[in-house]
Design a protein around this ligand. Structure first.
Ligand code: PLP
Length: 371
């Protein structure tokens, strides 16, 4: 094929115009020398908390740490169960296991592939300490239903917002609904750093303080020579915070580019390719453009041959993955979807002709007609 390749995610295109700003930020940090938890971290924390329409943000090492520190900060541990959708990145399950809790996997809704509130309600028992509402593919899960279930049973609602910076559900921003929310700033996320970084957003000042101190070796608030809780090391680098502040200014524009591409996919995808649905109450930011197809191997091969990037989110649901056999159970919706899902190219800067090109390749390989 003669057409130019379509990358799965085009970070150089997003970052190109920002190189001078990034370079200036690196130079500033190099010269002041406060490489970790420097002034750039404090500034980004307050900007990001405000962006999430919440009060506190704590910069941490990565998104997995953010979730783990939230569960630790809530006092969740051995003997507790944490309800998690089986359709998520494996990190959500790791966070529960690393604090010593048991992940209780539940099924997802067939149209959105997001956590099914009825399944959550059915899974709650006397050991349940929290439910993690995962906002997958850029769409928030039904936080109205989950908040009601959490309140009814006295369990914590934690948001895994790693794929949903800027998304809304029923008007509320990702990061503003749960008792605390974990964000990843992995480079490929909607708001990505230039390396690993993560953040916790919460309205609870005590929880924010506990998480901050836990991630800084358990130092007491009044003396850096005294440790009044057993901590660990999970902090944000100043250069990452500086890069995140620069990119936060363009986040709404970047998300709008993703929304435009998704709307075009919706129009141009052939009828043989089903877009994962959007709940009418959700304002999604399309971290990924996930579709369902028959004969996925054949479709992937055709995309590869045409130079079109693709991904699988997620090929193996958490509850059937090799390291998690102990938690295996039957979850039919996610198991059926796992063989059909396919992630198409999605970037803030993806062009109209690139989306058309992807749809054309899919039309040819699936024998479908335009939507
Ligand atoms: C990326 C991601 C995480 C983990 O974030 P890291 O920064 O890679 O540790 C957690 N949950 C979900 C849903 C993610 O997509």
């Amino acid at each position: 094929m003669s057409e130019a390749p379509v990358p799965f995610l085009d970070l150089p295109a997003l970052h190109g115009p920002l190189y001078p700003e990034f370079e200036a930020a690196y130079a500033t940090v190099l010269r002041h020398g406060k490489f970790i938890n420097g002034p750039e971290v404090t500034a980004f924390e307050s900007e990001f908390a405000a962006y999430c329409e919440n009060v506190h943000a704590v910069g941490v090492g990565n998104g997995t740490d953010a979730l783990e520190l939230i569960l630790l900060g809530l006092g969740i541990g051995p003997g507790d169960e944490v309800i998690i959708p089986a359709n998520t990145f494996i990190a959500t399950a790791e966070a529960a296991l690393y604090v010593g809790a048991r992940p209780r996997f539940v099924d997802v809704l067939p149209d959105t592939l997001l956590i099914d509130p009825a399944a959550v309600e059915a899974a709650v028992n006397e050991k349940t300490a929290a439910v993690v509402g995962v906002h997958l593919f850029g769409q928030m899960c039904d936080t109205e239903a989950l908040a009601a279930i959490a309140a009814k049973h006295g369990i914590a609602l934690v948001e895994d917002a790693a794929q949903a910076h800027g998304a809304r559900f029923a008007g509320k921003r990702a990061g503003s609904v749960g008792v605390a929310s974990g964000f990843s700033f992995y480079p490929g996320k909607n708001l990505g750093a230039l390396g690993d970084a993560g953040g916790v957003v919460t309205g609870d000042a005590d929880l924010a303080d506990r998480i901050r101190r836990t991630g800084d070796h358990g130092r007491s608030a009044d003396s850096r020579f005294h440790h009044n809780l057993v901590g660990r090391n999970s902090r944000m680098d100043s250069v990452q915070a500086a890069a995140l502040s620069i990119k936060l200014r363009g986040l709404d524009t970047a998300n709008a580019g993703r929304v435009r591409a998704w709307e075009q996919y919706k129009v141009e995808l052939p009828d043989t390719v089903r877009l994962v649905a959007r709940d009418p109450r959700a304002e999604a930011v399309y971290h990924l453009c996930v579709v369902e197809v028959e004969n996925r191997d054949k479709v992937c091969q055709a995309l590869t041959e045409a130079g079109v990037g693709w991904g699988l989110h997620y090929k193996t649901p958490c509850h059937v993955d090799e390291a998690y056999t102990e938690y295996r159970e039957s979850l039919p919706v996610v198991e059926a979807a796992a063989d059909r899902i396919l992630s198409l190219p999605m970037s803030p800067t993806i062009s109209e002709s690139q989306v058309s090109r992807v749809c054309e390749v899919l039309r040819d390989v699936t024998g479908g007609s335009s939507g």
